[in-house]
Design a protein around this ligand. Structure first.
Ligand code: SF4
Length: 272
């Protein structure tokens, strides 16, 4: 699929309030996950075409960020909520790298920011030199993941790195002294329910420092159609479980029990 790339400028870099801010160098996301909650942004940003077919690039964001950080103390910055900061377009524009360089410099200050990066791409490994410039207690890198199985992930997260590559990236980052781990997000009916124990085994083998879970309801109508299409490839049992979970108040309690069982006796921090 061809990607439409639009260069834009931004007036502000950080969004949020108090001490919690988000930083999105890009609008839209080439990873095109079937459950993506950010698809509503297409209309808001005046974009047409399927989610994953366009990206807006905020070319001036590193400079805007630098100005804003000079005025803020003791904040937490999260990359990212409405895009993956290591989607393919980063290879050309390097905006995430530039923003992280600005943040790493600011993080040297006593009142500098703490930074959390969340991605589904092992392109983050291109920036190990920048990531190791942070004070270790000021940076965390998480990989969001729904299954350890590369084939299943290719159906639901077609543009992202395979889970095996994400897990290998965790090993590389922890080896470089960076606090890295996984966010099981979202916990998908049938897929994550089936794969969680094996996924956590792989997480331990990879040296994850933490595992978090996102129990937000991603199953509502705005992601329903795309997700359903992906589940059709997995067979009738998968589709039936998806439909059951979407209409049952018992899904979330069942997931909480599943997580609690699967996390028993694990060695990493549970960040549920
Ligand atoms: S990586 Fe995140 S922002 Fe990108 S499509 Fe997937 S869920 Fe959406």
């Amino acid at each position: 699929m061809g990607i439409r790339v639009e260069e834009i400028t931004c007036k502000s870099a950080l969004t949020g309030s108090g001490s919690h801010y988000r930083l999105n160098p890009y609008g839209g996301c080439e990873h095109a996950c079937a459950y993506c909650y950010a698809t509503y942004l297409a209309r808001w940003r005046g974009q047409s075409g399927p989610w994953g077919s366009w990206v807006q690039v905020k070319t001036n964001i590193p400079r805007v960020l630098e100005r804003e950080l000079a005025r803020k103390q003791g904040i937490e910055v999260f990359l990212s909520t409405a895009c993956d900061v290591y989607q393919p377009v980063e290879e050309k524009y390097r905006l995430t790298r530039q923003c992280l360089s600005v943040l790493a410099l600011a993080a040297q200050r006593e009142d500098g920011p703490g930074v959390r990066v969340l991605t589904k791409s092992d392109r983050v490994l291109h920036d190990v030199d920048v990531l190791t410039a942070f004070p270790p207690d000021r940076l965390q890198v998480g990989f969001s993941i729904t299954t350890h199985d590369d084939e299943t992930a290719a159906l639901i997260e077609p543009g992202a790195s395979a889970p095996s590559r994400r897990l290998a990236a965790v090993t590389t980052l922890t080896g470089a002294g960076i606090r890295a781990g996984l966010f099981v997000s979202p916990v998908l009916p049938y897929i994550t329910e089936r794969d969680l124990p094996a996924l956590l085994d792989r997480a331990e083998q990879a040296g994850c420092r933490f595992v978090g879970f996102d129990l937000l309801n991603y199953l509502d109508q705005h992601v329903g159609g795309t997700l359903r299409e992906a589940y059709e490839h997995l067979g009738a049992d998968a589709l039936a479980r998806l439909e059951e979970a979407r209409h049952s108040a018992r899904y979330e309690p069942a997931v909480r029990r599943l997580i609690s069982r699967a996390m028993r006796s694990r060695t990493f921090d549970d960040m549920q």
